[in-house]
Design a protein around this ligand. Sequence first.
Ligand SMILES: C[S@@+](CC[C@H](N)C(=O)[O-])C[C@H]1O[C@@H](n2cnc3c(N)ncnc32)[C@H](O)[C@@H]1O
Length: 212
Amino acid sequence: MEKINCYEPGIGFRNFPELTKRMEEYYDIIFDYSLPDEITPRFVYEFGKKITSRNIFYYIDMLYDNQPENLIDVGCGENIFKRWFPNVIGFDPNIHSYSEQDFVDTFDRDFSEGHTKCYDVGMALNSIHFIPWNFIPDQINLAMNIVKDRFLFTLNFDKIRDKPAMDNRDLIRQVFQLIEKLPYEIVMFDFAEKSHWFYTNGNVQFILSWRQ
Ligand SMILES: C[S@@+](CC[C@H](N)C(=O)[O-])C[C@H]1O[C@@H](n2cnc3c(N)ncnc32)[C@H](O)[C@@H]1O
């Protein structure tokens, strides 16, 4: 399975080179990709470490290649990426006590049709995958509809219903085949061989863009 324009250890951020230093100052542990199994729930809760992976920052940085004026974060949870990147607008249907979300809403067909091309770029990090497998192309189209340029998707297979296969590699290959048929440019395609209980960046990560 081929990866496209994906993150590799040591690559610097293209648009925000100062992020490397900021991340190193803030986080206790930074992994390149998925967290390893030694990061257990007890380790996180007992030791209170701040832990992240570089690859997801790299992919968000890529969204800024064409100088967007704003980035919509669909299902932003705590809205943490707003602290790291400029002009992020995050929304989520759930009001989390610790969230800094900008507004409360649910992403669905109504939201998409009411926000056609409202934002320059967008992302949905493990937030719009609570759907049956066959709905993936429609869900991607609904997400692309709200942006003018690029959108970063991460999908966690555990959350998708009615999957056509059990094997991770097989599902990754099938996701690629699905998105290849859509009328967008695949700016980046990456995947993780296995998921981690704490891995919030999905089994697959991809950026699609409206073809110029
Ligand atoms: C695993 S969390 C990810 C949060 C955040 N994107 C992150 O990476 O930290 C999934 C989030 O998706 C949100 N969510 C679930 N269904 C949604 C929908 N239809 N539209 C928008 N957000 C949704 C949940 O409320 C939750 O905050």
